[in-house]
Ligand binder design. Sequence first.
Ligand SMILES: [Zn+2]
Length: 349
Amino acid sequence: MELVWDDRMGAYDFGRDHPFQIRYRAEAAHAIEAERRAAGREDASAPVAPAEDVVLARFHTDEYRAFVRAMAAKPGRGLLDGGDTPSFPGCDVAAARIVGGTVLALETVASGARRRAFAPGGGLHHAHPDRASGFCIFNDAAIAIATALRPGGPYRKVAYVDMDAHHGDGVMYGFYGDGRVLDIDVHQDGRTLFPGTGAVGETGSGDGAGLKVNLPLPPGAGDGSIGPLIRRVAVPLLREFRPELLVVQHGVDGHAADPLAALEYSDGAYADVLGQLVGVAEELGGVPMLVTGGGGYDRDAVARVFTSAARILEHGPPHVGAVVAEEPWVETTTRSLERELGRTFPPGE
Ligand SMILES: [Zn+2]
């Protein structure tokens, strides 16, 4: 597992009063590095350069990139969207460095240097081609997918699994009609949480029809929802699609300690989900995995869950998982999805 972190990513800073704190990711990255050093691993993270404009242009429009540059050149704070995402001096470079990290993680797995890479600074899944949204200036996950699939790029089929509490709208709409991208997104129901999208009925269009899979959950869903849904729906879809690359947005804001969302997952639920994804990637012949960070607004939960994720990516899933009772909405959500996709997801193996 390659850890991609550079302390200069700390410049992605909206201020101490803002819920998104890049320092939580920094602290998690430092904890992972310390654990690896203690285990005798000497390979520190490589320096991460800001992504070049030509890379950002794989997902973002010329007008939007110029707007971010113009806002970044102004003194003091401004706003890049309706209110959630401030601009600050140098925000263009800071955001481009986050993208640089996720793209470096992609290059690390694409080169075969590592099977799995973790970029905890990334996962800024709300940014759209032409606008900032939800604390996300540039969409590193979408740019990495576009980079993987570009003409002459390393991959032809990419699966994206988004476990952030919020729907990954920037990524999903960015590839809504793209048949090369399977997008599976488990999130808190858009009727109860930003950004409001990600209904079961949003299943893709054109070549992408049936390949965008939304699993909205009610507030309070808990561990008995996400793990069972991944087992019942995501794993079979991944087996059928057989991606050449698996991108995972590992947002931690579904955690019970998180102040912004209400999904009430425990640390164990995250380990279960990532463990299942590592398991299916291995079963499919060692599909390379690029894992990003994402949301996560409780400092301790971010540190614990990210260090646990790094262990799973390094050593594989823990062998003993907690057995949790399945919540009733696993069945309800699966049934709705079955109707939308015109297929079944039978329970059990
Ligand atoms: Zn989120």
